[in-house]
Design a protein around this ligand. Structure first.
Ligand SMILES: *[C@@H]1O[C@H](CO)[C@@H](O)[C@H](O)[C@H]1NC(C)=O
Length: 340
């Protein structure tokens, strides 16, 4: 289930920053969207899939294996990142037969008609009570997929709360609370050549400390470097957060684990002059043109999923309801150029 309470990473850094090596190349093919469904007024999945196709969006993340959405996505040419309900983690980790049933129910029937990029066990549960279940769930899902002759990488989705330090980016490290879970997960990802999915929200860093985390740094509009880290210069917070997570992965035994940004977005309403349509439009459109690599991974396109397709009226009142690119009636909140 898509989290009901925001657990997203507040990088309480006195920060700021992004990089350079960013050429301009728009990486339209590396941008997908999150298909959140916490609304009682959303269009049916077939209409949503038609909308995605009309915008040339080739990748979507599902928070859970919604049968109607999966059916609508069949033969659409849209790749899928498939999540599990957090509520299923304990059983997925402790009961291999349950994991096998999950795969045979939610993946196998679609596997000929959908390219699944990853299966993700849990969303933003590390650190926390459910964290201990994540690696066992990943292992059981991986075994079940392999038994079904499916080659789909298995991972999990974390918030930046897993980081104990993130500034400057080279000092990024998992917190002690998260590290006890992350270190074995990272070693597993390294051995299995699977990425770690991370939710990256410059919005929350700016909103929680607007004086020290500059708006232009968060919106990719800074013209001069905002953070210098050794010989590396950062012009935007997005890259800075991702590189902090890369530093943490390296220290946790995952030097070749890649990061996929499972969520990033900016609310268009609900928080004064920070959450505006203009800022959201600037953030999203600039993000799409800045996915050609971070200073720590230059030239490597950053696969990223925008949060979210729709404004969702069953989320907490305020910014949480206003992350959508579209209103539920499929009118765009602002224009996004996916093929710039
Ligand atoms: C769609 O919904 C938005 C927000 O409620 C509204 O402003 C807009 O006029 C609606 N568009 C149509 C075509 O109904």
């Amino acid at each position: 289930m898509e989290r009901l309470i925001s657990m997203r990473g507040l990088l309480l850094v006195s920060v700021v920053g992004f990089a350079i090596l960013n050429t301009w190349a728009a990486e339209a093919q590396s941008v997908g969207v999150n298909y959140g469904m916490l609304g009682d007024n959303l269009p049916t999945p077939d209409k949503v899939v038609a909308l995605l196709k009309s915008k040339n969006i080739k990748m979507v993340r599902l928070f859970d294996p919604n049968p109607d959405a999966l059916k609508a996505l069949q033969s659409s040419g849209i790749d899928v990142v498939l999540g599990t309900f957090n509520e299923d983690l304990q059983r997925l980790g402790s009961d291999a037969a349950f994991a096998a049933t999950w795969v045979s129910t939610n993946v196998v029937p679609h596997a000929n008609a959908i390219h699944f990029r990853y299966v993700t066990a849990g969303n933003e549960v590390i650190p926390g009570d459910l964290a201990v279940n994540v690696l066992p769930a990943m292992k059981n899902l991986d075994a079940a997929l392999k038994a079904a002759n499916l080659e789909i990488p298995v991972s999990t989705v974390v918030a930046t709360q897993v980081l104990g330090a993130s500034f400057p980016p080279s000092q990024g490290v998992f917190s002690d609370d998260a590290g006890v879970h992350m270190v074995p997960i990272v070693k597993y990802l390294e051995a299995n050549k699977a990425p770690l999915l991370v939710n990256v929200y410059p919005y929350f860093a700016h909103a929680s400390d607007p004086k020290n985390v500059r708006l232009d740094y968060a919106l990719f509009t800074a013209v001069d470097p905002v953070v210098t880290d050794g010989t590396v210069r950062y012009f935007n917070l997005y890259d800075s957060i991702i590189d902090a997570a890369y530093s943490a992965l390296e220290k946790a035994g995952g030097p070749s684990v890649e990061i996929v940004v499972a969520e990033s977005g900016w609310p268009s309403s609900g928080n004064g002059d920070i959450a505006t349509i203009a800022n959201a439009q600037t953030y999203i459109n600039n993000m799409i043109t800045h996915l050609s690599g971070t200073p720590k991974r230059p030239g490597k396109a950053i696969e990223s999923y925008i949060f979210s397709i729709f404004n969702e009226n069953q989320k907490p009142v305020g910014t949480e309801q206003n992350f959508g690119l579209y209103y539920p009636n499929m009118t765009q909140v602002y224009n996004v150029n996916f093929s710039s």
